[in-house]
Design a protein around this ligand. Structure first.
Ligand code: ZN
Length: 277
């Protein structure tokens, strides 16, 4: 079966071409820009179906994990194809489900470009990125200012900061620095604004972590999180991680943010073998 979303490096330009090719092929797809990165790259959201409380899927939070952008876009294509062929978005246990799906394929487009192309992809921030990179650019996870978006949400930010300092991370870095203040970065702000505007019923953040599902973070745990995580585990074969604190997720942080009114359910899926924190 031929797909529009073919494997290729997930530069902003390649993603843009894929997204608008999908829109050409499937006019039901709605595409908007929900924010812009520090280097002014667009942060796209794709919406399939119409409902008040969508499922939100986010990829590309970490630069080196750009494969998750392709995964999110391929999932969008699979849904669009099912909708075009069957008139249904999806079926669950024999019943059609009408909830819409909102997909942000790349939360951190600058980080992805840096991981793919090196410091020159960071524009005005190129000297900073070059000074922070000790090894290969494909180890880069942060945004162009050396802030890890996954650590920048206003969800136990202070406690996380202490863990960062314990690890020797006290300022901009390729990974795991949470920023000077919570939600300091435009990429984080875009996701928080999107969640507060759309109140997603469930949130899934895609990371490359090694076939694990991180389903809990902090004390704010919606009651059906465990059951949902078990459903995902049964479908994917990925194991559940009960680690609630040391490896938290973007999804759970957005859902745990005191400023968020989202009913988001913390759940994180991991693909591939790349370690991330
Ligand atoms: Zn990650």
């Amino acid at each position: 079966m031929d797909y529009i979303t073919k494997p290729q490096p997930m530069t902003t330009e390649n993603q843009r071409k894929m997204i608008f090719s999908l829109q050409d092929a499937y006019p039901a797809l709605r595409v908007r820009t929900v924010g812009r990165s520090l280097c002014d790259r667009p942060i796209y959201a794709l919406e399939i179906g119409r409902s008040a409380d969508p499922l939100l899927i986010a990829g590309g939070t970490h630069g080196q994990e750009w494969l998750t952008c392709l995964l999110a876009l391929r999932f969008a294509e699979a849904l669009l194809r099912a909708q075009a062929e069957n008139g249904l978005l999806w079926l669950a246990q024999g019943r059609s489900v009408t909830r819409s799906v909102l997909i942000v394929p790349c939360v951190n487009p600058d980080g992805v470009e840096i991981a793919l192309r090196g410091p020159e992809a960071a524009g005005d921030y190129a000297p900073l990125v070059a000074s922070l990179l000790a090894g290969s650019p494909d180890d880069w996870n942060a945004n162009a200012r050396g802030v890890d978006i996954n650590h920048n949400f206003d969800a136990n930010w202070e406690a996380l900061r202490e863990l960062e300092i314990d690890s020797g991370i006290t300022g901009p870095a390729p990974r795991r620095y949470g920023g000077a203040t919570p939600e300091s970065e435009p990429e984080t702000q875009a996701m928080v604004a999107l969640c507060n505007a759309r109140l997603p019923r469930m949130l899934i953040a895609l990371h490359s972590q090694g076939r694990e599902i991180f389903w809990r973070y902090s004390e704010r745990l919606p009651p059906d999180s465990r059951a949902l995580a078990e459903l995902f585990s049964a479908a994917s074969g990925y194991k559940l991680s009960d680690n609630a604190d040391s490896l938290p997720s973007a999804a759970s942080r957005i859902g745990s943010s005191p400023r968020s009114t989202s009913r988001a359910i913390p759940l994180r899926s991991g693909w591939g073998g790349i370690r991330c924190r």
